[in-house]
Design a protein around this ligand. Structure first.
Ligand code: GLC
Length: 562
C-alpha cells in the first residue's frame, strides 16, 4: 500500500486553484478586453465558489502575438489590463478573502520586443547576444537557403523553429512564434535576471508562479537534430528540447535563489509538455526542492489530440490518469485538470454538450476533483461553458489555430475539413468571454468583445447558475468544500476500479478508516453497474441514484464509509 503524505501536508494539498485568463474574464472599461479591475470586481464571486488560489494568465506589457505569452517587460502591467497599482490592489483584496495569487511566469522565451532581445539582435557582438540562441546557417548552406536552419526543429505554432536575422546572417531559436525568441539559460546572467525579477514579484506580495513550458528551458548546447518537433500539440514528443541536460540543476538553483527561506507559503507549478511519470517524480520530490507539482499533458494529448479529432477512449484516459495517481503516490504530487486556456472545453471534449451538458459537466467534475492532487478550475468550467462553434476562420483569433489553418490549406487540405478540426480543438474555445449573466455580451463588456461571446449565454451564465441549487456551479462548490473538509479527499490512497469498463469511471480513496467510492457513468447511455459499493451515498448527480445496479447517462455518485 502506498505511503501517505506525512501530515501536516503542504497547504496546497487541499487547495483548489482557479485560472483566470484576464483578457476574457471581465472588462471594467468597455474596450472589449478583460482587465485587472474586472478581476477585482469578481473576487467575491471567486470567494463564493470557495477557491484558494487564483492563477492569473499573463497581463504584462506585450505585443500580444500570443495573447501575452510574449512578454516585453516582466515588471509592469500592459495598459490594456491596467496598472501595477491594480495588481497591488488585487493581491491585497484577494488576501483579505483568503485567496492566494499565482502569476504566470513565461521565461522560456521573451517577446522579440523585449529590450533584452532588441539588444541581442542589434549586433553579433552585443553583450546580450548570448542571452538568446543565435546560430549560423547549417554547414555548407547560405543564410536563407531552403533547409539552412541550424536544426530540423519545428515550432509549436508551425514552421521552422529558427528565424533568420538578415542583418547578421544568423538564425535565432523560437520554439513558439518568431515573436517569442527562446532565452539561453546556459548564460548565468539570464538566470540571475530572472531570479531577481521573480523575487521582485514575491516581495510585492504574490504567492507563487505557474511556470510556462518550464521544462523547455534547458537545451543541449550542441542543438542536435530531431526527433522532429511536430507543430501543434504541446503533448507531442518534443524529443530534443524537453527536459534537457541541465533542467533539474536550473530548477534547483531557481528554488534556492527565489523560493528557499521565504516565510510565506508559496506555490510553484511547472507546466511541462512531454514529461513522463518518472520525470514528474523527480521534479516534485520535496527533498529535491524543484517544483511543487507539474502540469502534464498525457491525458489531454490523447484525444481529441490537436489536429486529430478522434474521440478519446475512456479506458485510455483512465489508464493514463490512474498511472499518474499511482506513480506519484509515494513521492511527489499531481495537478488535476481537464482544461485550461489552451484546451477545448471539457464538456465539449469529454462530455456531451448537446444532450447532457449539465449532467456531463458535473460527472467530469466529480471524477476529476476526487482524485488525489490539486484541482485546477479553468474560468467558466464551473458553469459548464461549451466550445465556441465558430463558422468562419475569421472568427478565430488564436495564432496557433490561424497558422494551422493556413498551413493545412497550403498542403492541399480542404477548408471544410480544417474547420472541422478547429471546431474540436482550437484554443479559442476556452477563450470566449466569461458568461456572467443574460445581459448583452453576457455581462462581460459594455463594448465589443475581442472574441465573440458564445451564443448560449442567455442560459449558460453565472447569475443563473448561482441561483439554481442544482447547477454545475453548485456542484463545483460542493466538491471544493469537500476537499477542504475531508482529509481523505486531499490525502487518501487511490485505487482504480473497473479499469476495463468503457463507460464507467470508478475508484476508491482511502485514509485510515475512511473510504470514499466514486462511480460515474461517463457516457450518454445508461449502464449496468457491476460493483458492490458499501457506504452512505454522499451525493448523486445526473440521475436518481436509487438503483445500485444501474447508472443513468452521466450519473455520478459519491459514497462514504467510516
Ligand atoms: C504555454 C501556454 C500557451 C503558450 C505557450 C508559449 O503552453 O500555456 O498558451 O502559447 O506556452 O508561451
Amino acid at each position: 500500500m502506498a505511503r501517505l503524505t506525512p501530515l501536516p501536508a503542504p497547504w496546497w494539498t487541499n487547495a483548489v486553484v482557479y485560472q483566470v485568463y484576464p483578457r476574457s474574464f471581465a472588462d471594467s472599461d468597455g474596450d472589449g478586453i478583460g482587465d485587472l479591475r474586472g478581476v477585482l470586481g469578481k473576487l467575491d464571486y471567486l470567494a463564493a465558489l470557495g477557491i484558494d488560489v487564483l492563477w492569473l494568465s499573463p497581463f504584462y506589457p506585450s505585443p500580444q502575438d500570443d495573447n501575452g505569452y510574449d512578454i516585453s517587460d516582466y515588471q509592469d502591467v500592459d495598459p490594456v489590463f491596467g496598472t501595477l497599482a491594480d495588481i497591488d490592489a488585487l493581491v491585497a483584496q484577494a488576501h483579505e478573502r483568503g485567496i492566494r495569487i499565482v502569476l504566470d511566469l513565461v521565461v522560456n522565451h521573451t517577446s522579440d520586443e523585449h529590450p533584452w532581445f532588441v539588444d541581442s539582435r542589434s549586433s553579433a557582438d552585443n553583450p546580450k547576444r548570448d542571452w538568446y540562441w543565435w546560430r549560423p546557417p547549417r554547414a555548407g548552406r547560405s543564410p536563407g537557403d531552403p533547409g539552412a536552419e541550424p536544426t530540423n526543429w519545428e515550432s509549436a505554432f508551425t514552421g521552422p523553429a529558427w528565424e533568420l536575422d538578415e542583418a547578421t546572417g544568423e538564425y535565432f531559436l523560437h520554439l513558439f512564434s518568431p515573436k517569442q525568441p527562446d532565452l539561453n539559460w546556459e548564460n548565468p546572467e539570464v538566470r540571475q535576471a530572472i531570479h531577481t525579477m521573480m523575487r521582485w514579484w514575491l516581495d510585492r506580495g504574490v504567492d507563487g508562479f505557474r511556470m510556462d513550458v518550464i521544462n523547455l528551458i534547458s537545451k543541449d548546447p550542441a542543438l542536435p537534430d530531431g526527433p522532429l518537433l511536430r507543430g501543434g500539440p504541446l503533448g507531442d514528443p518534443w524529443g530534443a528540447v524537453v527536459c534537457g541536460p541541465r533542467i533539474h540543476e536550473f530548477l534547483q538553483e531557481l528554488h534556492r535563489e527565489v523560493v528557499a527561506g521565504r516565510a510565506e507559503p508559496l506555490l510553484m507549478v511547472g507546466e511541462m509538455p512531454g514529461v513522463t511519470v518518472a520525470d514528474a517524480v523527480l521534479f516534485t520530490d520535496p527533498a529535491r526542492a524543484e517544483v511543487d507539482m507539474v502540469f502534464q499533458f498525457e491525458h489531454v494529448a490523447m484525444g481529441p489530440v490537436k489536429w486529430d479529432a478522434a474521440a478519446p477512449r475512456l479506458t485510455d484516459l483512465k489508464a493514463s490518469l490512474g498511472r499518474w495517481q499511482l506513480g506519484l503516490a509515494d513521492v511527489g504530487w499531481n495537478s488535476l485538470y481537464l482544461s485550461n486556456h489552451d484546451q477545448p472545453r471539457p464538456v465539449s471534449r469529454f462530455g456531451d454538450d448537446r444532450r447532457y451538458r449539465v449532467e456531463s459537466a458535473k460527472a467530469l467534475a466529480t471524477v476529476l476533483h476526487l482524485h488525489r492532487g490539486t484541482p485546477y478550475v479553468y474560468q467558466g468550467d464551473e458553469l459548464g461553458m461549451t466550445n465556441a462553434h465558430f463558422a468562419a476562420i475569421e472568427d478565430y483569433r488564436d495564432i496557433e489555430s490561424r497558422n494551422h489553418y493556413a498551413r493545412a490549406l497550403s498542403l492541399g487540405q480542404a477548408a471544410e475539413d480544417v474547420m472541422g478540426v478547429l471546431a474540436a480543438v482550437s484554443r479559442d474555445h476556452a477563450r470566449t468571454p466569461m458568461q456572467w449573466d443574460d445581459s448583452p455580451q453576457a455581462g462581460f463588456t459594455t463594448g465589443t468583445p475581442w472574441l465573440a461571446v458564445n451564443p448560449n449565454y442567455p442560459s449558460v451564465n453565472a447569475a443563473a447558475a448561482m441561483a439554481d441549487p442544482s447547477s454545475v456551479w453548485h456542484h463545483y462548490r460542493r466538491l471544493i468544500e469537500l476537499r477542504h473538509d475531508e482529509p481523505v479527499v486531499a490525502l487518501g490512497d487511490f485505487t482504480m476500479l473497473l479499469a476495463d469498463d468503457e463507460q464507467v469511471y470508478a475508484f476508491t480513496r482511502r485514509l485510515d478508516d475512511v473510504q470514499l467510492t466514486v462511480v460515474a457513468n461517463l457516457s450518454s447511455e445508461p449502464v449496468d453497474l457491476d460493483l458492490a459499493v458499501d457506504g452512505d451515498l454522499l451525493f448523486v448527480t445526473g440521475g436518481p441514484g436509487t438503483d445500485p445496479a444501474e447508472l443513468a447517462p452521466w450519473e455520478s455518485r459519491l459514497y462514504r464509509r467510516g
